[in-house]
Design a protein around this ligand. Sequence first.
Ligand code: IPE
Ligand code: IPE
Ligand code: MG
Ligand code: MG
Length: 368
Amino acid sequence: MICSRQDISRTRVFSTNTSEALLDGVGERTAPVLDSKKEAKMPISLANLFEVVADDLQTLNQNLHSIVGAENPVLMSAAEQIFGAGGKRMRPALVFLVSRATAELAGLKGLTTEHRRLAEIIEMIHTASLIHDDVLDESDMRRGKETVHQQYGTRVAILAGDFMFAQSSWYLANLENIEVIKLISQVIKDFASGEIKQASSLFDCDVELEEYLLKSYYKTASLIAASTKGAAIFSGADRGVTEQMYEFGKNLGLSFQVVDDILDFTQSAEQLGKPAGSDLAKGNLTAPVIFALEKEPKLREIIESEFCETGSLDKAIELVKQCGGIERAQELAKEKADLAIKNLQCLPKSNFRFALQDMVVFNLERID
Ligand code: IPE
Ligand code: IPE
Ligand code: MG
Ligand code: MG
């Protein structure tokens, strides 16, 4: 389906395989459907997507360096290693977009200091979780650069992650909003639960989709949900809206993790800026494998042997692809994306809401 969105500041034409339902609401701001033969597909770019909050993100990048603190030079340079490497800044962008989209509802003119600090705290927690995740996954590359543990050793990486979790908790407490403090501290706990859940089910071919989704909620969706709900709380939005924003973040987060798990099969390390093909190799059985296992009993044997035979990992990857594991995971990502779009319907129409919708579509387009 091809849509054009000429009623917002940027003009962009895109096509996706997204379901009709997913595009519900998007159509409300579109010009008539265009002839796909005349219009070339132009994927959403992050720069376009974040254009409406570009200044907010620039301020965030400046502030991130100062909130890490200068107390410990080793931890500072470890933090600099990963902050400086960039990253998409998707979570703070979500905080800014939801803040601005809900501020209107509550009669606020723009962002408050609390909104900005929340975005910084969220990116800091995310970064800390990546540092620890890379230790657990034994990954040597992140954001196109060497990981913290690769460069400074595991001990420094663990301490740098802990330091950033602690520093973010301190800034969180200083926001003096008990609802947000409870919300975000739960996320830090969830992250550890997710990593433990994953570590205790490696190479377990009986893992069910529900369990995988729960683990993905703990590792990824919980933080994104807290980001979007926290932003709405600081706008003073009512309970109905803050709950929908939580659901939006949760569904987007699940869709995002499923897409990340598909990309691990389909993209190169160069494209990802982090190791590719490593989930299955390490025994982390994600959506494509769980679906493939339903169709192909031979796959179980190979996985349970923990790829001891030469060439067996490649054989397993081939089987996952052959029996439609990737396509079924793609459908799952779309299902969650569909729900996320619906959660946005409580917001007034604005460029911020449209950017949030685009963000959901952008995530799916990563696997097109
Ligand atoms: C990576 O998150 C971890 C997952 C939840 C899959 P991002 O893909 O948002 O990482 P950066 O911040 O852009 O590096
Ligand atoms: C998400 O899971 C990681 C965190 C929430 C920290 P992954 O293990 O899939 O993330 P990547 O692929 O290493 O970025
Ligand atoms: Mg990882
Ligand atoms: Mg991954």
